[in-house]
Every structure is written in C-alpha cells, then in structure tokens.
Ligand binder design. Structure first.
Ligand SMILES: NC(=O)c1ncn([C@@H]2O[C@H](COP(=O)(O)O)[C@@H](O)[C@H]2O)c1NC=O
Length: 517
C-alpha cells in the first residue's frame, strides 16, 4: 500500500454547504488549518471554527460579484506545487506561499439554474470559473494533493485524515472523479451555449456531449465472447436502465434489450397490457380489463415462443398474474409495481429476474451508432394524427363496428413493437399471429397467417408500412382476415385497395408509418 500523505492545510470553497460544519469541525480537530472563500468561511467561522479567509491569504478582495475570488497565484501555487520536487518547495518558500494537501470544492449550480428557466445572464453568472480551476489544478497535482467534489464523501475525508492522510491510490481515484465532475459540468455549459444560446434554425443540436456513468459490468454482451457493461445517462429521464431488481439472477445484455422492447410495447397501450418479447420481437401482446387476463391472452398468442420470454406489464402485477407467470419459464418480468405477495410468488423460481421500473419517459432523442458516426432521431411515439382512428381514412369496405375498430387500433399500436417488415393479426385485444423482421412484406403476411393458424379467420390485421403490392393484403384476405389497417402511400395503393374490394374486406389508411429496425 502506498504511503499516506498527511494533511495539514485544506482549501474549502463550496456552494452546497451540506455537511460543511461537521467537515470543518472534524478537520480542525485533526489539526488541519482551514482556508475558505466568502460565505464558506463565514459559515465555518459562525460555528466557532478557526478559518483564514482567502482574501486575507491573497491580500486581494473577492471582487466583480465573486467572479474573482480564488484566481490568484497564492492559491494556485499552493495547489499546484509538486511537493515531490525540492525546487517547487524552494520556490514556494521564496514566494511566501504555503502548500495545500487537501482541496474541497463544489461548483455553482449551473444545470439547476438553467432548468429553473432563469435568464441567460443569470445562467452565465452561474458558470463557475474559480471552482473548476481549483478542482482541475488539485486533480492534476494528485501526487501531492487530494481533491474532493462530493459532500457525500466528507466522512471518508475525515477517516482518511485521521488515518494519516490519503494514499496515492486514493488521491488518484479522487482526481479521476474530479475530472469527471468538471468534464460533466463543461458538457452542460457547452451544450447550453452551443445549442440553446446560439440560436440555429435546426431541431438538432450542433454539438452533442454526453455523460454516461457505468452502472454495472455485465457477465457478457450479446454473445459470450463480447464483454459488456450497462451505463446510465446523466440527467436523463429514469427508465429501464435504472430498474430496481427485486429478485433473480443478474441481468444480461440481451435481457436488457428485450426488457426495453417489452417495456415500450406494454406502455404503447392505454388499457392494462402485457407484452411478451423474445429476441426484441413480441411473441404476444394483449390488453384486457384485468392484467392477469391480459397476460393469459398474450401468452396464448404463441406459447411455444413465450418459453424463456421477457414479460412487461404496464400495470401492477397482481398475485393472480404472478401465479400464472410462475408456471412458465420466464427470463425477466418488469412492472411499475407488484401487489403484496406477488414478488414472493414469482420468487419461487430462483432465476426469474423481477424488475421494478419507472414507466418510459416521453419522447426525446434516439442515438444509433453507425461506423464512423451516429444517427440521431426523435424517438418514435404513437401520437401522430394517423395513430388516432378518428383520423383514419376508410379506403374501402364497410365501416368497422366499435369492437372491430378497437381491435384495429390495438393491432396498429401493437404492430409498431414488431421489427419491420411487420404484420400483426389480432382478435379481441390480443395478438394472434405476428410476422416479424422479414425482408419483404408478403413473407411477413404469410408468417403472421401461419402463426395465427385457425385464428387468422375473423381477425384484423395491421401493417407497419404500406403494402407495396396487393400480394401481402391478398395473403391476409385469403386466410380470412376481415379488416386491415395500414399507412397507405404506395404508388400502387389503387391496386391494394382494389384487392381489398375484391376480397370484400375493410381497409383503413392511417397516413402514419411505424418502422422499427
Ligand atoms: N471566481 C472565483 O475565483 C471562485 N473561486 C471559487 N468559486 C466558487 O465559489 C463558491 C464558494 O463561494 P462562497 O464560499 O462565497 O459560497 C464555490 O462554488 C466555488 O466553486 C469561485 N466562483 C466562480 O467562479
């Protein structure tokens, strides 16, 4: 273990004064001399703890509304002197500067000020300059100085000081944290400056900076030879990545991607809904008045594929639903809450991962890496005019009755959870046949019909994009599908509509498309 470096002098300058008095009192009791800025020094002094004001150290008043407080060689030479070098120590003596071994700083609340809707001038005033300068200086000089940016670490600071100071390993880890902190701060400032303050006629930011914190190292990635980890975005809306695991084996990479798809699919429906996902595609989606019933219907769509599936529920999981799930080999179940006793029922299976998550947040951007760059798009949400049946165009056939229209709407919303080319057949609020991920639409139609079997007859169908030729619609009609909803917009729409007329089925056009690749 590396030698500890004793702390005899600390510079403390904090905006967030949480735990400050206890920290200062502990440091003072350990014989550490304290130097502090304006209101930090005032709070320490009010607690009866001796402290030197930075102005007394520099002989220069804090000025320009606090824009200049610690930006002074007497402060920065004291932080930056590499005390491993005798010549640095000699220079400090010549200049009458004393070294710091500990720097404790937290920064002006820039992000919170922007979020409060403050004016540009007020936001600019909350860009901390002196603080990051001290933090970066101390972090650079970690062989000689320990730097602390998080009030939650104050107990550890007092423990380390009492133990004779920080080890080099501890100082290095603190320095890395400190640079992460200033980098994240600068990402926030740079994003605001370049994308908010500099007005540009584009819905997309001219500059993208992101901060991700590693949450968990996963056992492996999509395949066992791929290493993988889960990261959480700083400041983003909470979702599946922050889910609390209530039971079961460690989540895998594929569990996360499937659970994410299931989560989105379940919340695409307003009624109580259960989505069962395998390999990012639904093998069952259903709605019902009761969540256990929705699960029964979703499972019935394709019980073979639902084996080892990932289940999402958009309502509290009841004990009854848990009893049903416990009968089936399930990899993951995710829900916004669990009724008393439901987790215990699920936990009868040792391995099933039981997750509690916040419902998916609204809209936002979606970043997709490609070689050499990334694509950014708005998240696909089901709120286009064309997603509302009252805006659909009846292209041909008898207008759907209330029940049929409800099924068509369910199918339309469920279909967008299916990888394209996608055809989904539904009956009574449940998928009965799903044709997913085909490289042409007619094959997706055949697959949906094949999976539905006898259930295709009398069902309704949804297509995530238009039929480029009549053949896909004809395949559905031949299997007995009685009403279809699709975006329309093909140059051959007239042929598709004619095929629907000949088959005697109802065809609605939405004008909206929901590809999922
Ligand atoms: N200008 C400076 O020289 C300067 N030095 C330190 N600060 C910040 O002032 C705050 C502490 O000030 P006070 O102790 O007055 O509350 C800290 O958040 C610190 O990061 C400064 N403020 C802004 O840049």
């Amino acid at each position: 273990m590396s030698e500890r470096k004793a702390v005899s002098r600390a510079l403390v300058s904090v905006y967030d004064k949480t735990g400050l008095t206890e920290l200062a009192s502990g440091l003072h009791a350990a014989g550490v001399e304290l130097v502090s800025t304006g209101s930090t020094a005032a709070k320490i002094a009010d607690a009866g703890i001796p402290v030197t004001k930075v102005e007394d150290l520099t002989g220069f008043p804090e000025t320009l509304d606090g824009r200049v407080k610690t930006l002074h060689p007497k402060v920065h030479a004291g932080i930056l002197a590499d005390t491993r070098k005798p010549e640095h120590i000699e220079q400090l003596v010549e200049l009458g500067v004393e070294a710091f071994q500990l720097v404790i700083v937290n920064l002006y609340p820039f992000t919170q000020t922007v979020a409060s809707g403050a004016s540009p001038d007020e936001c600019v005033e909350q860009i901390d300059i002196g603080g990051p300068s001290m933090v970066r200086a101390a972090a650079k000089n970690h062989p000689s100085v320990a730097v602390v940016v998080d009030p939650a670490s104050y107990d550890d600071v007092l423990t380390a000081v009492a133990a004779g100071g920080f080890t080099l390993g501890e100082r290095t880890a603190l320095a890395a944290k400190a640079f992460q902190h200033t980098a994240a701060y600068d990402v926030a400032v740079a994003s605001w400056m370049s994308n908010v303050l500099v007005a540009e006629d584009s819905p997309f930011p001219s500059w993208l900076g992101a901060v991700w914190d590693r949450s968990t190292v996963l056992r492996y990635g999509e395949n066992p030879h791929q290493a993988a980890a889960l990261y959480i975005s700083d400041g983003g809306a909470p979702g599946l990545a922050q889910a609390e695991q209530l039971h079961g084996k460690e989540m895998s990479f594929n569990n996360y991607t499937d659970a994410d798809a299931a989560w989105r699919a379940a919340f695409d429906q307003a009624a109580p809904c259960v989505a069962i996902i395998k390999h990012a595609n639904p093998c069952g989606i259903a709605i019902a008045d009761d969540i256990a019933e929705a699960h029964r219907k979703a499972h019935a769509c394709d019980p073979v594929s639902a084996f080892g599936g990932v289940i999402a529920s958009n309502r509290e999981v009841t004990v009854q639903m848990a009893e049903q799930v416990a009968e089936i080999f399930t990899e993951v179940i995710v829900a916004p809450s669990y009724a008393d006793g439901a987790v215990e029922v699920l936990a009868r299976k040792k391995n099933v991962r039981v997750l509690l998550a916040e419902p998916p947040g609204p809209g936002g951007g979606e970043l997709k890496p490609i070689s050499g760059g990334a694509l950014l798009q708005q998240r696909d949400v089901l709120d286009a005019d064309g997603d509302d049946p009252s805006n659909w165009t009846l292209a041909v056939g008898a207008a759907a009755d209330e029940e049929t229209l409800a099924d068509l709407e369910f199918a339309w919303r469920a279909c967008r959870a299916v990888k394209s080319n996608a055809i989904l057949l539904a009956h009574d609020g449940a998928s009965v046949g799903v044709g997913m991920g085909q490289v042409n639409r007619v094959d997706a139609a055949h697959l949906a019909v094949q999976r539905a079997g006898d259930r295709a007859k009398g069902s309704v169908g949804a297509s995530d994009a238009y039929f480029p030729f009549p053949d896909g619609l004809e395949a559905l009609a031949a299997a007995g599908v009685r009403a279809i909803v699709e975006p329309g917009g093909s140059v051959r729409d007239n042929l598709v509509i004619e095929a629907a007329r000949e088959a005697g089925i109802t065809l609605y056009l939405t004008g909206a498309r929901h590809f999922a690749h």
